[in-house]
Design a protein around this ligand. Sequence first.
Ligand code: SAH
Length: 402
Amino acid sequence: MTSEARVDNHNAVPGAGEGDAAPSAADGERVNLFSLSRAQMEAFFVEQGEKAFRARQIMKWMYHRGVLDVDAMTDLSKRQRAWLKEVARFDLPEVVTRKESRDGTVKWIVRVANGNCVETVLIPDKGRNTLCVSSQVGCMLDCSFCSTGKQGFNGNLSTSDIVGQVWLADAELRARAAPGEVVRPGEPGGVTNVVLMGMGEPLLNFDNVVAATDLMMDDLAFGISKRRVTISTAGVVPGIYRLAEVSDVSLAISLHAPYDPLRDELVPINRKYPIEDLLAACRHYVAGLGERRSLTMEYTLLQGVNDSLEDARALAALLRDVRCKINLIPFNPFPGSGYQRPDEGRVRAFQTLLMNAGYATMLRTTRGDDIDAACGQLVGQVEDRTRRKERYIARRRAGEVA
Ligand code: SAH
């Protein structure tokens, strides 16, 4: 276990996070401060015989000013700086590549603590900077239309791996500010929105994702409104109930089908947690958010599979008593997927029916497709432990998938 894994206390997935080995801080090893929520950092400093409010000072340097050089932390005495260097480190994921799309979308491939690579995508749009972050290396769930699933799985990201993705993007945006311009946390000079819609299933990396989203919403860290930090789940029902206990982060559900037999095929976790159970969990979660907030239902439109007007009608009926808006995502193709994107007319007709049924229905436009940064195109570099990638490639060779 690393000091980080020790403090993060995570791993809903057996074996995930292996290879993080290092002794704890008590053994003389430094703790990565990016792995600690505010409360954890305060507790750590108190444990070290320091004042809890050091956490406030140091978090402001780390997150508001982007300063990680302890010698530049001028409100700490010389003695405190020497102490801090002894007990703490500030490790971020390493940027392996950075690509910028014609439309301004930026995609980074970053190497995380377990040595694998994941992807992070920044989508600037009219005063908003939305960052799509990864929560796992690959994914265990194997949704039939998602290329991340085809990569297999190789572990959970640590809290600092997740928070680090936001820090890196925020730093790049802040560096673009005019000289002297003050960028306040959560405002347009930095990251304004975060969606956990990159690689992985966030609710299967529960503790680290919650600690990371807490930091995103903490005024002493990224200071982003809870309405603008969104966890997206394929429908890990127990995780939704657990989340309701500890957080009021925004939630999106990858629904994709209004009937169980079809959803079983597209989102296999549906066989374990069918639609009825999923929607009960959704109603429970949204009830805890207060009347003015709602959930987002994501629906990827696959030509000839789930995009008919009959499907739209069934969806409208299904969601009648769930407080939600609907986000339609026309399918983003990748080699060998076997699916196609419906034409624009069909997409509009689907949207119109839902709007006429009273649902706020957004169409997610494809961004960054020239750099393979669109939904479902994120693959990173995963040392697959599940042999799923191998089987997929073999099936493609045998011509089983188009
Ligand atoms: N595991 C999380 C995050 C996944 S990515 C979840 O399932 O919610 C975010 C969204 O993109 C999900 O709704 C996912 O189903 C969708 N998606 C995946 N592959 C896609 C593709 N090729 N085209 C369009 N949407 C896709």
